[in-house]
Ligand binder design. Structure first.
Ligand SMILES: *[C@@H]1O[C@H](CO)[C@@H](O)[C@H](O)[C@H]1NC(C)=O
Ligand SMILES: *[C@@H]1O[C@H](CO)[C@@H](O)[C@H](O)[C@H]1NC(C)=O
Ligand SMILES: *[C@@H]1O[C@H](CO)[C@@H](O)[C@H](O)[C@H]1NC(C)=O
Ligand SMILES: *[C@@H]1O[C@H](CO)[C@@H](O)[C@H](O)[C@H]1NC(C)=O
Length: 967
């Protein structure tokens, strides 16, 4: 619980709180409270003239209620039944668990049992005796978890679940009101949709509780509410709420009942400025004006109550209790009874917010997003009351100016400065199903293990004022917990079961069989130097790779080597395979001028005497790997720097289906080439390069049907004229067939595609040059002949089915096969067999499905909800599968996307196959001529293989450029 709200000293006279004092206002509140208690018991209710006004007692009670502190009753943990208990829920005994309790700063791990009953954790420890005596066995559900990790249910601190709907439909966007810049009277509860597809998906990722916030279009967006995600018998939004404030249904609040915390959303910076066509100055004036209104009301109430308590009823005779329904919630903020959750990014915004909190004397529970908080921790420490916690994404940054300096080291740096760190999803910005992945990445980049798990469990619970019942596994807490298939911080950790209020949420979970190594805390690399540089360069450390100036690099202690050979990734070397004795000994790899020349178990295999001299560098990979450089596809990487800033983009092309294309570029027949718009050395490109993603294929940015020609380029190059910067000027032809609102219809888009393909087909069949010999017509001839692939962005299974028929129709005319690749492809799993038979390839963008729009509604979620993932199912149907990304910041995470996909396939795909998902398969599917063996980039990692969280990328071997880049 919020320590700051626990009074320690009572003083009879309220002191003026210091400007940035932490305890001043609370002491004042407390003093008033103590005086009131005293007065209530001693003051006579009579006026000076001897008359007691009719409602005196009611008024005094109401005044008293103004100063109550939120929080549970002292007896809360003596409850035997939860207020959320669902009759009929069986008591459950989980045996032999490894329990992360949340206690001792997140360091306590107990081995034993957990007993759940009546919606509550009744005990943690040894409960074998329940089996002998105690409950009749028919009633008690006993589950042996065989040493699995169990954590509290995940608490998502910042979500728009239910208000920002999935799939998105115009009828249900309820997270932002645009009718005023400060609207503390709005409530996210009033827009909480109970039919969102995301509830079940998020639960399957272990999320049990979420704070549903209004959007950030307003300075004050309104009140937020905490929900538990499970279905309720009543099926109403209200019944999902956890400890809602008493005022939600207008019920008169019993002043003696415990007061629940309220939550309110604030936002600074770009979002409110943009929506209200103003500036940061306007936003902060709006805040000050609103807070001034609330302050005046508060002062009136305090003055009124002061008189009432002094029995000065005469002067109150003509007055009623000062109140205003629009402002009461903001008055409660000033009374310290609301957790203020503030979307606030930059130093300037955080500084503004801290000044606001001191001017009006209210505490801020958390700043959210806060991409520059790690650069100004001392500013946050000056906030009124307790230092706000910081709620963040792990690596989602640079998507707008405010986020440009975001750093993957921010959670670690903030924790080192003593700030509380929370990882959040901003669902549906990130799918809250994978909130734990945010904690895993924060851990990878240096947030300590105990704080990383706490960042999605006990810390958010604490900052929400709900840590007396969620966020911990302790006797008396709510029975919300997750049994994991591996250590919660290991990549791809997936729930084997999730309990909310003691009720199991997964009907028949599929649990992958993970190697025991995944049960231990993952070892992660050291990033001390990178962290220091992030601070030194205020979030913009230099990222350009440095070429090694030696001719020969000898990698020692090599665990495995994978490389593309004959268009497929193959395992060339693996230490385990070499071990005769069972003792694992690592190997060696010798690289000359960027080319892998020799590798093997021992130095004897590569005659090192040939490789001596000044021009040799030895690098110990500590059991790491050499693997193919990965390829990124799907985002505008290379065509955009900052997603939210159009002046940093190449821009979008004209769409012939959306209007006339200017004749100067060739009119409707024009073909735009992405290569002509390339931008090199963007921060996302360089970060991806440092994470083993050495190249990208990007199509021209298009918001309509026609896309133009893609291009393949290096992510490490400084500019286009550098040797090897552009790998292949043009790759495949790209089009999109999907819902664009009412116009042009899907059928219109198909008609356009059919006309172009059939026109080309007839000239191919007649073996003639196309009649109308535009570049576009020639391209379609190449497509029909199978000389270049056509990549179609498509999501819905219905459209995919139509495309398969169209392909067959065209091929029947020519007798040739079209190379067709479906990209996006969320619903492709419904046609896995047909796609396989048609010889069509699939690129999943992104690699983990989410029903963002209606045409993506039918997802195959993968474990624990289904055995097969979309990737494993399509592979099983002999489809060539690639994976892509939606936004360029995530290019750097490709290696984890691949590793995760492999883990989900539960041994059904090999490491080499997994690597091909983001390398050779993608190249084939996108029309990149798979480079001749030996000329592809390779990536060296230290500490583990490229797909694991143990590894750090230390270099790129470029045979083509004849160099090794070192980081
Ligand atoms: C909690 O853990 C963190 C990281 O392990 C440590 O830095 C911090 O001092 C601990 N806090 C307390 C109160 O023990
Ligand atoms: C109003 O809500 C409170 C708490 O949420 C509940 O106890 C009470 O029964 C509700 N009253 C009505 C009339 O629904
Ligand atoms: C969300 O997280 C912040 C800490 O970052 C905290 O202040 C806030 O109260 C949390 N709210 C909820 C409901 O999780
Ligand atoms: C996939 O290919 C393999 C090997 O060619 C074959 O045995 C298998 O039947 C194919 N599977 C499907 C679903 O076509």
């Amino acid at each position: 619980m919020d320590k700051q709200s626990l009074p320690t000293v009572a003083r009879p006279v309220a002191p003026r709180p210091s400007r940035r004092g932490r305890f001043g206002a609370l002491a004042a509140l407390l003093a008033v409270f103590v005086c009131l208690q005293f007065l209530i018991s001693t003051t006579s209710f009579y006026t000076k003239t001897g008359h007691l006004p009719p409602h005196a007692e009611h008024i005094l009670e109401r005044c008293h209620a103004l100063y109550t502190e939120p929080g549970p009753s002292r007896h809360f943990h003596h409850r035997t039944v939860s207020d959320r208990f669902v009759p009929g829920t069986k008591p459950t005994l989980l045996r032999h668990a490894r329990i992360w309790t949340g206690e001792q700063n997140g360091t306590e791990v107990v081995t034993g049992d957990i007993y759940l009953n009546k919606g509550i954790i009744q005990g943690v420890g040894s409960f074998g005796n329940l089996l002998e005596d105690g409950l009749p066995p028919v009633e008690l559900e006993v589950i042996d978890v065989h040493g699995a990790w169990v954590t509290p249910g995940i608490v998502d601190n910042h979500s728009h679940l239910g208000d920002g709907p999935s799939p998105a439909l115009d009828g249900a966007v309820d997270d932002n009101s645009i009718h005023g810049i400060t609207q503390p009277w709005l409530r996210s509860l009033d827009g909480l949709n109970t039919h969102d597809d995301a509830y079940e998906l998020s639960i399957s990722g272990g999320v049990t509780t979420a704070l549903v916030l209004p959007g950030s279009a307003n300075a004050i967006g309104g009140q937020a509410f905490t929900i538990k995600l499970r279905k309720t018998l009543e099926r109403s939004p209200t019944s999902m709420l956890l400890e809602p404030p008493a005022d939600i249904n207008g019920t008169y609040r019993d002043p003696h009942a415990p007061l629940h915390w309220r939550q309110m959303k604030h936002a600074c910076g770009e979002n409110p400025s943009r929506v209200y066509d103003g500036t940061r100055m306007d936003t902060f004036w709006a805040f000050r004006k609103a807070y001034d209104t609330a302050r005046q009301l508060k002062e009136k109430q305090d003055a009124f109550c002061h008189k009432a308590h002094h029995g000065d009823w005469d002067s109150l005779q003509s007055q009623s209790f000062p109140e205003d329904l629009q402002w009461e919630a903001l008055v409660d903020v000033l009374r310290g009874r609301v957790k203020v959750q503030t979307h606030c990014y930059e130093a300037v915004d955080l500084d503004d917010l801290v000044r606001l909190s001191n001017e009006f004397e209210f505490p801020v529970a958390a700043v959210h997003h806060a991409h520059e908080a790690y650069l100004v921790p001392d500013v946050l420490k000056q906030a009124y009351g307790r230092t706000p916690a910081v709620a963040m994404f792990a690596t989602n940054a640079r998507y707008k100016r405010e986020a440009y300096r975001g750093s993957e080291f921010a959670p670690r740096i903030l924790a080192e400065n003593g700030l509380r760190v929370v990882m959040k999803s901003d669902h549906p910005v990130l799918d809250s199903r994978h909130l734990l992945y945010e904690a895993q990445q924060a851990y990878y980049y240096g947030l300590p293990e105990n704080l990383a798990i706490a960042a999605v469990t006990s810390t958010p619970a604490q900052v929400m004022g709900l840590d007396h019942r969620v966020g911990y596994i302790k006797q008396g807490w709510d029975a919300d917990l997750v049994i994991w298939d591996s250590h919660p911080l290991s990549l791809g950790a997936t729930p084997a079961q999730v309990y909310i209020d003691g009720i199991p949420q997964l009907d028949s979970p599929y649990v992958a069989n993970k190697h025991t190594a995944f049960q231990a805390t993952p070892k992660v690399p050291n990033f001390d130097r990178e962290k220091e540089l992030a601070i030194k360069f205020e979030g913009l450390p230099p990222l350009s790779p440095k070429k090694s100036d030696v001719e020969i690099v000898v990698f020692t202690n090599v665990g495995s080597i994978y490389a593309p050979l004959a268009g497929k990734v193959q395992e060339l070397y693996n230490n385990a395979a070499q071990s005769l004795t069972g003792d694992i000994e690592n190997g060696i790899a010798v690289v000359r001028n960027g080319s892998l020349e020799c590798y093997g178990q021992s130095e004897g295999i590569c005659p090192l005497d040939e490789f001596v001299g000044d021009r040799v560098q030895r690098i110990d990979l500590k059991g790491g790997s050499i693997a193919p450089g990965l390829l990124s596809y799907g985002s505008p990487l290379g065509l955009e720097d900052i997603q939210g800033e159009p002046s940093t983009w190449d821009g979008a092309i004209y769409d012939p289906l959306g209007g006339k294309v200017p004749s100067i570029v060739g009119g409707d027949d024009s073909v735009i080439r992405a290569v002509d718009g390339l931008q090199f050395a963007t921060r996302d490109a360089l970060l991806a390069y440092r994470a083993g993603v050495t190249k990208a294929i990007t199509a021209p940015t298009h918001y309509g049907f026609f896309g133009g020609l893609g291009t393949s380029f290096s992510l490490g190059a400084a500019h286009k004229l550098e040797f090897g910067a552009v790998l292949q000027e043009t790759t495949a032809l790209h089009v999109t067939v999907r819902h664009f609102g009412s116009k042009p219809s899907i059928s219109t888009q198909i008609a356009a595609l059919r006309r172009m393909l059939l026109t080309a087909a007839s000239s191919v069949a007649a073996d003639e040059a196309p009649l109308k010999s535009s570049e576009q017509a020639r391209l379609f001839v190449d497509v029909v002949k199978g000389d270049i692939p056509i990549v179609i962005e498509v999501y819905s299974a219905d459209i995919i089915a139509t495309l398969l028929l169209l392909k067959a129709e065209v091929e029947a005319q020519t007798g040739r096969s079209i190379k067709m690749t479906l990209s996006g492809a969320t619903e492709a799993h419904l046609l896995a067999k047909e796609i396989g038979e048609a010889g069509v390839g699939v690129i999943f963008v992104s690699s983990r499905p989410f029903p963002t729009t209606w045409e993506q509604k039918r997802v195959l979620p993968g474990p624990p909800l289904t055995k097969e993932s979309e990737i494993s199912l399509l592979l099983a149907n002999n489809v060539t599968v690639g994976i892509g990304i939606e936004e360029q910041w995530s290019a750097r995470n490709t290696r984890f996307d691949v590793g995760w996909a492999a883990l989900e396939a539960d041994g059904r795909i090999s490491k080499a196959q997994a690597l091909s998902l983001a390398s050779t398969n993608l190249e084939k599917l996108l029309g990149s001529k798979v480079e001749a063996a030996g000329l592809s980039d390779l990536v060296a990692t230290e500490g583990g293989d490229l797909l694991s969280m143990e590894a750090k990328v230390v270099g790129v071997l470029s045979a083509r450029r004849g160099v090794v880049d070192l980081f």
